[in-house]
Design a protein around this ligand. Structure first.
Ligand code: TXA
Ligand code: MG
Length: 335
């Protein structure tokens, strides 16, 4: 099927394919999703197969409107409604008690379901026209980097033939914030661009249950590959070092004859090795939102050169940087 420009016709085609149990990749504001009819077990089986994903791993159901969560979830906390009202459509996923008709293939057999109303106009158009829930994990093979452009999706999954709706580059660039609830208390399971501070501002409180432990020593220790759970990872090993050690790390690598890709904080100015033939580098912005927007694109680009190593500086682990720090830590894992 390949890449399709967005039009009334291609949306109609995409809806027809979803109704037939086929997969459709589509843009959201965070990353591209690989969508399947969330009530069709055959389509869900195909989804898991194409992603190469363990079958007890739950997927997020995407919906057009906040009101429709009542068709999927029950015992919805007031705090969840507040977040839905203030933040949806947007990069936030709510984990709620499922209604019994929600397939096990969606929930991974758990009693909860992840729901999200995305803000991207193409996702909205598709969901409105489909008039149902679309189960969509990120449109990459399991454990790999999430795609932030139609070209990334094509490179990851194109050979497997899903229709890909091209909505350009994803504005947010990292996956949604995932929030579960302990009674009325929101608990962040995966940090994203909807920050703990923002959630607190809406419902008065919020807890963090990081899936990757916060180190509390972001600027002192080298976080070598191999210590954290792997996900969102490039094929070239990525190492995180304190910002003040980054330049020396690159120089030593070059001296040792290695070819190195660098995500270089642009606040550090022009590096002396900027034009060195063994180095490829991407300048990274000083603001968390802009950094997140470019992160996967930069990793995809550097990964594509087939270098010996990738390296970047650690970032703070607070506010909007938390999501970036989390993805860098996961990307730097090697088993
Ligand atoms: O921004 C996003 O969330 C993107 C776009 C496409 O919407 N989707 C995404 O999906 O990142 P995926 O499948 O790559 O990651 C979904 C995460 C997984 O870590 C999964 O374990 C968690 O959501 N999740 C889904 N349902 C859950 C549930 N019922 N309980 C706990 N975690 C859940
Ligand atoms: Mg994913």
């Amino acid at each position: 099927m390949g890449i399709h420009a967005v039009s009334a016709h291609s949306i109609e085609q995409a809806v027809a394919r979803l109704r037939e149990g086929d997969l459709v990749a589509f843009p959201t504001e965070t990353v591209y999703g690989l969508g399947a009819d969330a009530l069709n077990p055959d389509a869900l089986a195909r989804l898991y197969q194409v992603k190469g994903r363990p079958s007890r791993h739950p997927v997020i159901v995407h919906l057009a409107t906040a009101e429709s969560i009542e068709q999927w979830a029950t015992d919805i906390p007031i705090a969840a409604w507040k977040l839905a009202k203030h933040i949806w459509p947007g990069p936030l996923t709510l984990i709620l008690s499922r209604l019994s008709h929600v397939p096990d293939a969606v929930t991974g057999g758990q009693e909860t379901v992840g729901l999200r109303v995305p803000g991207h106009p193409v996702a909205q158009a598709l969901l409105t026209a489909f008039d149902g829930g679309i189960a969509a994990p990120s449109a990459n093979r399991f454990g790999r980097l999430s795609p932030t452009s139609a070209g990334h999706v094509q490179a990851e999954l194109g050979a497997l033939g899903p229709m890909i709706l091209d909505g350009g580059v994803c504005p947010v660039g990292v996956e949604s914030t995932i929030v579960a609830f302990e009674q009325e208390i929101p608990v962040i399971l995966r940090p994203g661009m909807i920050t703990a501070e923002r959630i607190e501002a809406v419902v008065g409180r919020c807890r963090a249950q990081a899936t990757v432990p916060l180190s509390g020593q972001a600027s002192s220790a080298i976080r070598a590959p191999g210590t954290l759970s792997s996900h969102y990872a490039p094929q070239t090993p990525l190492t995180l070092v304190p910002a003040e050690a980054l330049d020396a790390w690159v120089r030593q690598g070059v001296q040792a004859g290695r070819r190195i890709g660098v995500l270089w904080p642009e606040v550090l100015g022009q590096p002396v090795w900027a034009d060195h033939s063994q180095v490829r580098w991407v300048p990274m912005p000083a603001h968390a939102e802009a950094y997140a927007h470019q992160l996967y694109h930069a990793l995809w680009t550097l990964d594509g050169y087939g270098l010996d190593a990738l390296v970047t500086a650690m970032v703070p682990e607070s506010g909007a940087w938390w999501a970036v720090a989390d993805r860098l830590q996961r990307a730097s894992y090697r088993s």
